[in-house]
Each structure stands twice: as structure tokens, then as C-alpha cells.
Design a protein around this ligand. Structure first.
Ligand code: HEM
Length: 120
């Protein structure tokens, strides 16, 4: 994605109409690294922690991976449906781990009623 973003920023169209200022590119790259890198790394650390703690789940997941992806085969998106246990382990890791305890702050741009609640 970064390569595509850089290519877009360098393209003649963007250069000529200045629709992609350099500062925007800087912010997009910051988004990728701050929002994308730490969350992904922490998710993997929690996954390893839980698999090391719950060895029964680890062995079950390993067996599924070995069966669906013979040694050396890299997973693709098409393999996802054949790895339900592995997917469940990943979902549960995301559910129970403290990845973004406080989250980012959000605010409504104007007072909004939704489901009987007021979001000022
Ligand atoms: C396991 C990996 C990830 C987790 C657990 C995660 C988690 C989150 C959470 C909790 C939020 C806040 C959502 C909200 O409160 O509205 C968020 C937002 C965001 N994440 Fe991730 N994220 C992950 C991976 C990534 C990656 C790989 C990228 C970029 C390549 C990314 C980019 C963003 C951006 C740009 C936002 C802000 C979206 C907005 O405008 O509201 N995240 N993420």
C-alpha cells in the first residue's frame, strides 16, 4: 500500500492538480506505522502468549494448520474457510487481549440522536 501511495503521489495527475499534497502523504504513512505496526505486533505477542498458556488450543490449531497447509505452504485468503479453529483462536485473542484499552477519542460533529440516545 505504501508503494501504491507513493506512486500516486508522484503521478503526473496528482502533481499537476496538487490533489495529493506531500503533507497528506506524510500523515498517511504515519497512520500506517502508528495505527498498523504496533497493533499488529501486539496482537501477535498476545496470540503467542495465549497459545503458550493454553497448550491444548495450541496443539489443536497446529494440527489444523498442518492438515490444511502441508509443510512449507503459505496461507492465502482462500485457505481461511478451511481453517475455522485457527480463525476462532485469532478472533478470541482479539476479543480478550488489551490491545487498545482506551481507544481513540471520538466526537459527533453535531448533536445526534441514535437508538434513543443523544450523542452531543
Ligand atoms: C490486529 C491489528 C489491528 C488492530 C487490533 C487494530 C485496532 C484498531 C482499533 C481498535 C481502532 C479504533 C477503532 C475506533 O475506535 O473507531 C483502529 C483504527 C484504525 N486502524 Fe487499526 N488495528 C489493526 C491493524 C491496523 C492496520 C494494519 C492498519 C493500517 C495499515 C490500521 C489502521 C487504522 C486506522 C487508519 C484507524 C483509524 C480509522 C478511523 O479513521 O477511525 N489498523 N484500529
Amino acid at each position: 500500500m505504501t508503494r501504491g501511495t507513493l506512486a500516486a503521489a508522484q503521478s503526473a495527475v496528482y502533481q499537476s492538480c496538487r490533489a495529493f499534497p506531500e503533507n497528506d502523504l506524510f500523515i498517511v504513512i504515519l497512520d500506517l506505522f502508528f495505527a498498523g505496526k504496533e497493533t499488529t505486533a501486539s496482537s501477535l505477542v498476545w496470540l503467542i502468549y495465549y497459545l503458550a498458556t493454553y497448550t491444548e488450543a495450541q496443539h489443536k490449531m497446529q494440527a489444523e494448520v498442518d492438515e490444511v497447509l502441508p509443510k512449507g505452504t503459505l496461507a492465502t485468503l482462500q485457505d481461511r474457510a478451511r481453517l475455522p479453529y485457527t480463525e476462532a483462536v485469532i478472533h478470541d485473542t482479539l476479543r480478550v487481549s488489551s490491545l487498545s484499552a482506551n481507544g481513540g477519542s471520538h466526537a459527533a460533529s453535531k448533536d445526534t440522536m441514535l437508538g434513543g440516545l443523544c450523542y452531543p
